[in-house]
Design a protein around this ligand. Structure first.
Ligand code: HEM
Length: 121
């Protein structure tokens, strides 16, 4: 069941965690994505802190949940299909195909709750 209070608290804690890093990167940029966002400029405009937190809140689950789920799914599929595991073990060049097939066979996400709309013609 959805626990809103816990969600809001987690979001605030994540923001506090990211805020400390953002402040540090604004002072001393490094070779990382937060520094890129902190220093990005287009037509004289910069991203404000809320825009950066909002993007990072998207990037974190987008990068993590997809990869750990798809890796776990692929491992499970290979272990439950020993002939496929043997094939990949015998010929490592099959690995990219196995990863693609794992994504197709058991996707890590089935829907995105986005708000995209087709442009009316
Ligand atoms: C197996 C791995 C992954 C899968 C299956 C996956 C899947 C997806 C899907 C279905 C979307 C929505 C696309 C759309 O609505 O047009 C998306 C968007 C996105 N993904 Fe991934 N993704 C994966 C890995 C990653 C990783 C590793 C990162 C970042 C490190 C990432 C960052 C993003 C971001 C930022 C968006 C939003 C792009 C936008 O709306 O402009 N994804 N991904």
């Amino acid at each position: 069941m959805t626990n809103w209070e816990r969600g809001i608290q987690a979001s605030a804690e994540l923001k506090a965690y990211l805020a400390a890093i953002l402040e540090e990167r604004r002072r001393q940029p490094a070779d990382d994505v937060i520094s890129v966002l902190a220093t990005a400029e287009l037509d004289g405009e910069h991203l404000d802190d809320e825009e950066i937190f909002s993007f990072l809140r998207l990037l974190l689950p987008a990068g993590v949940e997809t990869t750990f789920r798809s890796t776990g799914n692929l491992l499970y599929l290979l272990l439950t299909h020993p002939e496929q595991l043997d094939a990949v073990r015998r010929d490592r060049s099959l690995l990219p195909q196995a990863i693609e097939e794992g994504l197709r066979f058991e996707p890590p996400l089935l829907l995105t709750a986005g708000s995209r709309r087709a442009t009316p013609s």
